[in-house]
Design a protein around this ligand. Structure first.
Ligand SMILES: C[S@@+](CC[C@H](N)C(=O)[O-])C[C@H]1O[C@@H](n2cnc3c(N)ncnc32)[C@H](O)[C@@H]1O
Ligand SMILES: [Zn+2]
Length: 349
């Protein structure tokens, strides 16, 4: 038995967390469940906990977010446990024992929280969700999104790239793949929040049927260019060489270059009561400037043989020069800024 948020659930005890466990429960994802429960408390209607396992998410969405939950898991053992856990929390809910990809329901909110990649469930997410709904997606296959070219092409139909901002690039590739699925079914997306933590990435999108929305979204699908000299840019145009050092430039595509958070939404969310871990990460995200990607100061110092400088001093100096600048939750050694590489290097020099 365990207590998480306002609910108590039973889960099978095991030594190691793997997808082979009878019914899966991962304490490492607690922060995300806290956050998801907070975010969804701003919405109304029915939420589908599409890959429920113990049912912990859906149960918390009822007890904490004031939603109506429906549950689904392909594993019959999980379904038995969800029923038990619902009863223990005085809830009477609909529970399905189907492959999510053939589940025939409609919901205002859909939560897709799989082992590894969510890619095989995205089409179902949009088949099930209603217009003006909220889609929540987890990916734990961060290797595929950030590093492994073959796996990224196979699962996300995208080309990743080794950069000093690989985590943010990975999450933007994930969003681009969700958007491409959305567009096929007539939906446009608006990113409420996307973040990376520990071994996973998670995105919250508000989605609606809108052709004009899709047209706007398409403008934010671009090619990201990156050179080992630190130069980076994004564009719809084809580029062969690095404007900074003249070497052949590398690319990643298609990448979502639009916003990955909604500051108004975050402001409201942060007015609610929350634990200190959640407050810490939301504060860090809130302070980030909107500019895509970040520089890794260690990487820059190594490439250009500088002494390391205190990140806060570099940020102050960038702002004094009239640029936007902030840290990023993606990396302790990252700097987000709208300054060009040469201006940033000037500060280090
Ligand atoms: C990572 S666990 C879910 C964890 C849960 N959401 C939580 O927060 O604790 C993934 C679950 O998806 C179920 N699953 C795997 N493939 C499925 C499919 N095709 N359709 C429905 N459920 C599936 C597994 O049985 C497992 O319980
Ligand atoms: Zn270069």
């Amino acid at each position: 038995m365990l207590t998480e948020g306002k609910v108590r659930i039973e889960f099978p005890e095991f030594q190691k967390i793997t997808s082979k466990n009878k019914v899966f429960y991962n304490p490492e994802m607690r922060l995300d469940r806290d956050l998801s429960s907070l975010i969804l408390s701003f919405y109304e209607g029915v939420v589908l906990d599409g890959l429920s396992a113990t049912g912990i998410r859906g149960i918390r969405y009822v007890k904490e977010s004031g939603l109506e939950s429906i549950f689904n898991d392909i594993n019959p053992e999980a379904v038995k446990l969800i029923a038990k856990n619902c009863k223990m929390n005085d809830m009477d809910c609909k529970i399905y024992n189907r492959d999510l990809n053939v589940l025939d329901v409609k919901a205002d909110i859909v939560d897709i929280d799989p082992f590894g990649s969510p890619s095989r469930y995205l089409a179902s997410g949009f088949r099930i969700i209603k217009s003006k709904g909220v889609l929540c997606v987890t990916a734990t296959d961060t290797q595929a999104l950030c590093v492994s070219k073959k796996a990224c092409i196979r699962k996300y139909s995208a080309i990743p790239l080794k950069t000093d901002f690989f985590k943010e690039l990975g999450i933007r590739i994930l969003i681009s793949s969700i958007l491409r699925e959305a567009m096929k079914q007539g939906y446009s997306i608006d990113v409420l929040l996307a973040y990376a933590h520990k071994h996973y990435m998670r995105v919250f999108l508000s989605v609606k049927k809108s052709l004009t929305g899709i047209e706007k979204n398409i403008k934010n699908l671009q090619i990201v260019y990156y050179c080992t000299c630190g130069y980076r840019t994004y564009s719809k145009d084809i580029m062969q060489t690095c404007p900074n050092c003249g070497k052949k430039i590398n690319f990643s595509l298609p990448v979502w270059t639009g916003k990955i958070k909604n500051d108004n939404f975050l402001d409201n969310a942060m007015k609610k009561e929350m634990n200190s871990d959640l407050e810490k990460i939301l504060n860090a995200i809130k302070k980030e400037i909107i500019v895509p990607f970040y520089y890794d100061v260690h990487k820059l110092a190594k490439t250009y043989k500088f002494d390391l400088k205190k990140i806060d001093l570099v940020l102050d100096e960038l702002k004094r020069m009239g640029f936007q600048a902030s840290r990023t939750h993606f990396s302790k050694t990252g700097i987000k800024t709208d300054a060009d590489l040469l201006s940033l290097l000037k500060i280090f020099r």
